[in-house]
Design a protein around this ligand. Structure first.
Ligand SMILES: [Zn+2]
Length: 337
């Protein structure tokens, strides 16, 4: 119900012209940096959180919208604009992706090309070209598969997931996703041991332990993206650990090695960075600067401005929820509703 009301309000604001007046006022002197993660067809076998996924149809509609009503910048143009070397065009935007998922190449790239919208992809080098996957997707998938297994009943009870056995097939993915969201606040070591136990149970129950469509780019795909003229690759560190949790030594290692690996494998310069999980501290920001990055993006909600700190660039998160129509998409860009 809430979603219907929101869609209705968005379309009244949009078609009355009110949103466009607001856009002209609120976006003046600013660049909208959009943050995406994954672009997926609806039938894929993914257990990613809804907050990081847009459908192929929605993404296509959004890129057409940006091309028509905004000024999509390349990373180089963005760099010039925020550093005052180039005048800021009206309704400027920059499209970014975090993590380095395989679908950025399979589904996003053809649409970026079709609509002529450049983008930046921040890749976590510990995942690109490997079989590794984030613990969130691994644990969500494991719980989804284990939910009706008698052998897993005690484990599910222990982590507050006893209700999963009763949930119908259609709601099971969302139910396991929200359980994992709750688990997210537990200490890292505890999460690691929970995930390991869930995978032991999968093996005991002879259930698959692969990651389905929750895969990262191969290096060849990353290379094709980097040489596509549409995409620049930046670093999202190596292990995707939030920077403030790392020791000073590991922090330097993560920042330098991921940058060097990207430059070596993709044979192109890397000067941009996105903070894993959006987390930063004064120490991590200065380490990012020392490692040679000149632009760094957070997950704080807001707009980029010429003259603001280029190592703390806020963004606007885009996922399927509340962005499926042009009116809702513009509302999200304006950080309304
Ligand atoms: Zn990330």
């Amino acid at each position: 119900m809430k979603a219907i009301v929101r869609r209705l309000i968005a379309s009244v604001l949009y078609y009355s012209g009110a949103l466009w007046l607001l856009a002209a006022r609120n976006l003046r002197g600013r660049v909208v940096v959009l943050m995406y993660h994954r672009v997926l067809p609806k039938n894929l076998d993914s257990h990613s959180a809804r907050a990081i996924v847009v459908s192929v149809e929605t993404f296509s509609r959004q890129m057409r919208f940006l091309r028509r009503f905004f000024n999509p910048l390349t990373l180089e143009q963005f760099d010039d604009v925020v550093n005052g070397r180039r005048p800021l065009p009206p309704k400027a935007c920059l499209v970014t992706f975090d993590d380095g998922w395989f679908d950025n190449h399979a589904y996003a790239l053809p649409l970026l090309r079709e609509h002529g919208v450049p983008a930046v992809i921040f890749a976590a080098t510990g995942y690109v070209g490997t079989e590794h996957c984030f613990w969130q997707e691994r644990l969500t998938r494991a719980l989804f598969l284990l939910r009706k297994q008698t052998k897993a009943a005690a484990f599910l009870r222990e982590i507050g997931g006893e209700h999963l056995a009763q949930v119908d097939e259609a709601s099971a993915r969302d139910a396991t996703r929200s359980l994992v969201t709750q688990i997210k606040s537990r200490p890292a070591a505890e999460i690691e041991s929970l995930t390991a136990r869930a995978f032991e149970l999968l093996r005991e129950c002879s259930l698959p332990t692969d990651h389905g469509d929750d895969r990262f780019l191969t290096w060849q795909e990353a290379e094709e993206l980097a040489h596509s003229d549409m995409v620049r690759i930046g670093s999202h560190a190596h292990s995707h650990t939030p920077l403030p949790r790392l020791t000073q030594l590991d922090l330097q290692k993560e920042l330098t090695e991921s940058r060097n690996e990207l430059m070596r494998r993709l044979r192109s310069p890397v000067a941009s960075f996105a903070y894993p999980n959006g987390d930063y501290s004064p120490e991590s920001v200065s380490a990012v600067r020392q490692a040679g990055y000149s632009l760094a993006f957070t997950t704080d909600s807001g707009y980029a401005r010429p003259g603001a700190d280029p190592l703390l660039i806020p963004r606007v998160n885009i996922h399927e929820g509340g962005t499926a129509t042009s009116a809702e998409f513009l509302c999200r860009i304006l950080r309304l509703l």
